[in-house]
Write a protein that binds this ligand. Structure first.
Ligand code: ISE
Length: 361
C-alpha cells in the first residue's frame, strides 16, 4: 500500500505552547512534519524551528498558510480571531488553543465564518477530552451502568498565576472545567453561581483567589468547581462524578451498587505536576494525533475534538461566571445568539471515529 503523505503543519506562535506542540509533533506523533514556525519575533521562531528538520522560521503568515495542510494557533489570545479567519480564508483546518477569541462578538463572527464553509475547519484545544482518566469517567457515564450523572466535583489548582485579574483567571483556568462539564454531561450549562470568599494572601491585587463555581446543566446536573491559581505546591486537577448508583474519580476511585462496569478503572495520570504540560502530556499527544489524522483524512475527524461551538459555549459560561462574581448573583448563560447562525450541520457534521487510545497508530 502506498505510504500516506505526511501532513505539513504550520505552528503560529512560538511561545510555551508553540514549542510544546512542536516537540510533541516531532517526537511523539506520526504522519506529520512541521513546515513553518511563525512568530513576529523571528529569533524566537528560529529557536523552536532549529532542531526540527525542514521547519522554516518566519514572520510571514500568508506564505506559510499557502504551503501547509493545517495550522496550529498558539499565539496570544487577542490574535486568535484574526489568525483563525486567515486560516479559514486559506481553506486550512485550524487547531487553536483556548479561548476561541476574547469577546463574545468575535466568537460569534467565527461561528458565522465557519458555518459558511462547506465543512467545519475549526478545532479548539480542549485537550482534556483526550485524557485517559476523563475518558474513563465519560465512558462510565455514557455506558449508564450506574444510572444518570447527577453531580460532578472538580478542583483546578495552579502553583502560581500568570493571570493578574479575576476575569483573566476565569477565562483561563475554570474554562476547562466548564468544557468538561459540558462534555461529560453532554448537556449545555444553563447557569453559573460564582463565589469569591476568603482571599488568599498569595494572590495578586485584583485577583480573587480561590474561587468557587456552581454550574447547572439543562437537566439539572450540578458541577461544583474549585479554582485556586496560587497553590504554590504544584499543578493539580481532580474530578469526581456522582451517578445515581455510583461514584468515580480521576484517581481511580470507583464505588458502585451494581458491580464493576466495563470502564470502572480510570487510567491514572500523575497527581501533582509542575504544570499542565506535564499533567496533560498524554492528552496533548492524543489530541494532536487525532487532529493530524483529521487533516490527512477529513472524513476521520473525531467528534472528541472540541469544535468552535464548544469554544463559544465555554466562553459564554466564563462570561456568566465573571458577571456572577461581580453581581453576587447566579447568572444564566445566553447561548441563544448562536442559534441563528448555526445550522444543525454546522455543529454536528463531524463523523465519529474510534477511540484514539485504541485506534491503530
Ligand atoms: C493554562 O493557561 C492552561 O491553558 C492550562 O490548560 C490550564 O490547565 C492552566 O491552569 C492554565 O493556567
Amino acid at each position: 500500500m502506498a505510504k500516506q503523505r505526511d501532513a505539513r503543519i504550520a505552528i503560529v506562535g512560538a511561545g510555551l505552547m508553540g514549542s510544546t506542540h512542536a516537540s510533541t509533533l516531532t517526537f511523539s506523533t506520526k504522519n506529520v512534519v512541521i513546515s513553518h514556525i511563525v512568530d513576529n519575533d523571528l529569533a524566537r521562531a528560529a529557536d523552536v524551528a532549529e532542531p526540527i528538520e525542514g521547519a522554516v522560521a518566519t514572520r510571514a503568515l500568508q506564505p506559510a498558510l499557502e504551503d501547509c495542510d493545517g495550522v496550529i494557533i498558539t499565539a496570544p489570545d487577542e490574535y486568535h480571531r484574526e489568525l483563525i479567519e486567515q486560516a479559514l480564508a486559506a481553506g486550512k483546518p485550524v487547531l487553536c488553543e483556548k479561548p476561541l477569541a476574547t469577546t463574545l462578538e468575535d466568537c460569534l463572527e467565527l461561528l458565522k465564518a465557519e458555518s459558511e464553509l462547506s465543512r467545519p475547519l475549526i478545532s479548539l484545544g480542549f485537550m482534556r477530552r483526550f485524557d485517559p482518566g476523563y475518558r474513563a469517567l465519560r465512558r462510565l457515564i455514557t455506558e449508564g451502568n450506574d444510572g444518570a450523572l447527577l453531580m460532578s466535583h472538580s478542583v483546578h489548582r495552579n502553583p502560581s498565576s500568570a493571570e493578574g485579574t479575576t476575569a483573566a483567571a476565569i477565562q483561563s483556568l475554570p474554562i476547562h472545567e466548564f468544557d468538561m462539564l459540558h462534555w461529560l454531561s453532554a448537556e449545555q450549562i444553563v447557569s453559573v453561581a460564582a463565589f469569591a470568599g476568603k482571599r488568599s494572601s498569595n494572590a495578586a491585587r485584583g485577583l480573587h483567589d480561590p474561587m468557587l463555581f456552581v454550574c447547572t446543566t439543562t437537566s439539572g446536573v450540578i458541577g461544583h468547581i474549585q479554582m485556586y491559581s496560587n497553590a504554590r505546591y504544584g499543578y493539580e486537577v481532580r474530578c469526581e462524578v456522582l451517578c445515581e448508583d455510583g461514584a468515580a474519580d480521576l484517581d481511580g476511585m470507583y464505588r458502585s451498587a451494581n458491580g464493576l462496569g466495563n470502564s470502572a478503572v480510570a487510567a491514572i495520570e500523575p497527581g501533582v505536576c509542575r504544570d499542565w504540560r506535564d499533567r496533560f502530556a498524554n492528552a496533548y499527544r492524543l489530541e494532536l494525533q487525532t487532529w493530524v489524522n483529521s487533516v490527512i483524512n477529513p472524513l476521520e475527524a473525531s467528534i472528541d475534538l472540541a469544535t468552535a461551538y464548544d469554544g463559544y459555549a465555554a466562553f459564554v459560561t466564563a462570561q456568566a461566571a465573571i458577571k456572577s462574581i461581580e453581581s453576587g448573583e447566579p447568572v444564566a448563560t445566553n447561548l441563544a445568539e448562536s442559534r441563528a447562525i448555526l445550522s444543525p450541520a454546522g455543529i454536528s457534521s463531524r463523523i465519529p471515529s474510534s477511540d484514539p487510545e485504541t485506534s491503530k497508530r
